[in-house]
Design a protein around this ligand. Structure first.
Ligand code: ATP
Ligand code: MG
Length: 335
C-alpha cells in the first residue's frame, strides 16, 4: 500500500486553536466535582479503617492524573498489608464493609483481570471502582500528573485525543483498541520528541522521588515546579500539535520496528526488547512501553483486526486536519 505523505501543514491551521481550546475547556471537570471525589475518598477511608486501621486508600487513574474529563467514574486503590488473606477474600470483606456503610450497588468482581469492588455513593452520586494493592498504578498516576504540570499543552492535547478516541470508538481495550492510559503516554512521548522539546524525560533526570513497588524500582525527578517554562522555547500552538500528532501516527511512525518509550524519552527498537514476534497473545503491532513495568506493552491488546481500524482512524484524523473545511467538528463525528 502506498502511503500518502502530507508534509506541509495547511496554511490556516492556527485558526483551529480557538476551537480546540473551547473543546478542552468544556471537558475539564469543575472544582466542585474534585471536591466531591475527595469527600467520597475520605468517607471510604473512614469506613475501611474501622476494620483495617492500617489500610490506606489512594485515588488513581483519570480522577487523579489530571487527564480526567468531567463525570468520570473514580478509581481507588486499597493498600493493605495482609499476607494471610487472598485478594478475593479481601475484596469480599471490603464489599461487606461498604454495604453496611450505606453504599449502593456494591459488587465484588473477584474474577476480573483486575479484580475490583464496584459501588455507587448516594451522597455524592459518584460511581467508583476499588482495587487492592495495585500500587504501580498509583505511581504511574503520579508520573502522569507531574508531566501535566510542566506544560499546559500536554493536557490540552490529551483531552482532544481522548475525546477523539471515545467519539471514534478506539478507546475500548476489550475491542482491541487502546486504553486511556496508553493515549496519555502517546501524548507525553510526542511532546518529549518535539524540537525544541516541550516536555523533558523525568525518568532520565536526577531522581527526587524513589519508591519500590512489586519489586519494581520507580525513580524520577518530581520537583516539576522547577520545570515550569521548560517548553517555552517551542511556540507550537495546540492546533499545530494536534495536526502533527495525528500526522505522526498516520504517516510517520514505523510500526514494524519502533517502540515508543516515555521512560527514555526516545524511540527504542522492538529488536532490543525482543518484541519482534507474537508471544502468547502479545502481538506487538503497536508498541508502547509502560514507563515502570518495562516488560509491559500497552499495545498488546491490539490484534490484526483492530490495528487496521486504529491506523485507518489515525489516517482519517490526519486527513481531516489537513483538508476538511471544518475539522474541529468532523474530527469528533461519532463512529
Ligand atoms: P478514563 O478517563 O478512560 O477513565 P483512566 O486514566 O482512568 O481514563 P484507565 O485506562 O481507566 O484510564 O486506567 C486507570 C489507571 O490504571 C491508569 O491511569 C493507570 O494508572 C492504570 N492502568 C490502566 N491500564 C494499565 C495498564 N495496561 N498497565 C498499567 N497500568 C494501567
Ligand atoms: Mg478510569
Amino acid at each position: 500500500r502506498i502511503r500518502r505523505r502530507t508534509v506541509r501543514c495547511r496554511h490556516d491551521i492556527e485558526t483551529l486553536s480557538h476551537n480546540f481550546l473551547s473543546i478542552f475547556e468544556s471537558l475539564v471537570p469543575a472544582e466542585e466535582e474534585k471536591a466531591k471525589q475527595k469527600q467520597l475518598l475520605l468517607s471510604l477511608q473512614n469506613l475501611v479503617n474501622k476494620e483495617w486501621p492500617n489500610a490506606k486508600m489512594y485515588l488513581y487513574g483519570s480522577c487523579a492524573n489530571s487527564f480526567g474529563v468531567s463525570k468520570s467514574d473514580i478509581d481507588v486503590c486499597l493498600a493493605i498489608d495482609d499476607h494471610d488473606s487472598s485478594k478475593s477474600d479481601i475484596l469480599l470483606k471490603l464489599a461487606e464493609i461498604l454495604e453496611s456503610g450505606n453504599l449502593q450497588n456494591v459488587q465484588a468482581l473477584t474474577r476480573a483481570r483486575v479484580p475490583i469492588v464496584k459501588l455507587m455513593d448516594p451522597v455524592t452520586g459518584l460511581s467508583c471502582d476499588i482495587c487492592v494493592n495495585n500500587l504501580l498504578a498509583v505511581v504511574n498516576t503520579k508520573l502522569l500528573k507531574d508531566y501535566a504540570q510542566i506544560d499546559e499543552r500536554l493536557r490540552q492535547l490529551t483531552f482532544i485525543v481522548k475525546h477523539w478516541a471515545r467519539s471514534r470508538r478506539v478507546n475500548e481495550t476489550y475491542q482491541g483498541t487502546l486504553s486511556s492510559y496508553a493515549y496519555v503516554l502517546m501524548c507525553i512521548h510526542f511532546l518529549q520528541l518535539r524540537r525544541p522539546a516541550i516536555l523533558p524525560c523525568l525518568q532520565a533526570m536526577d531522581a527526587t522521588y524513589n519508591v519500590t513497588v512489586d519489586n519494581t524500582q520507580c525513580t524520577f525527578f518530581d520537583k516539576v515546579e522547577r520545570l515550569s517554562g521548560f517548553g517555552a522555547r517551542n511556540k507550537e500552538t495546540i492546533a499545530r500539535l494536534v495536526w502533527a500528532f495525528f500526522h505522526y501516527w498516520a504517516y510517520q511512525h514505523d510500526y514494524t520496528n519502533d517502540v515508543i518509550s516515555v521512560r527514555t524519552g526516545s524511540i527504542i527498537s522492538k529488536q532490543e526488547k525482543d518484541w519482534t514476534r507474537r508471544i502468547g497473545n502479545d502481538r506487538h503491532l503497536i508498541c508502547i512501553e509502560d514507563p515502570f513495568d518495562t516488560s509491559h506493552d500497552l499495545g498488546r491488546v491490539v490484534d490484526k483486526f483492530s490495528i487496521k481500524i486504529l491506523r485507518e482512524e489515525f489516517e482519517r484524523a490526519a486527513d481531516i486536519l489537513q483538508f476538511d473545511p471544518n475539522p474541529s467538528v468532523t474530527l469528533f463525528e461519532p463512529y
